[in-house]
Design a protein around this ligand. Sequence first.
Ligand code: THU
Length: 159
Amino acid sequence: MDKQITINYEAIENYDHLDAMEKTLFDKAMAIRNIAYAPYSDFTVGCAILLENGEIITGSNQENAAYPSGLCAERTTIFYTGANFPEVKIKKLFVIGAPRKATSSVPIPPCGACRQSILEYEAKQKDEIEIYFASLDGEIFKTKSIRDLVPFSFDSSYL
Ligand code: THU
């Protein structure tokens, strides 16, 4: 029997359609992206996380000469957040990535490993994290939860 899974996401046309906090997250992700350490791929990614207490944590991808030792912007940022603010809920995660010299792009979604890592924090805090991924042109895709990006997710309930 064929079955379908539907996922929901919102397509936000451009920057002007964001509210003030979303604009701040966009700006901070863009700014930190400019200093990403990505000498091997030259694909730079910035991430901004909004906490329940209003704090914003930012991070970028960090590469390594031994390629797999590097880490994506989303995990750099969410692991720092988990390590330093273990009791504070994460409300939103905003990510923007593109080749360093690009002036135009499409919204780049978090990779599979980052989705799995974000999922862990949703489970830990028992509350959803809104995910935004943006293009350089200001088009933004938004989901209410990482679960929309991970159908058939694996979590601790199976252990
Ligand atoms: N990258 C991220 O930072 N986030 C993603 O979700 C996808 C990929 C980084 C990893 C690597 O430094 C570069 O982009 C190219 O894959």
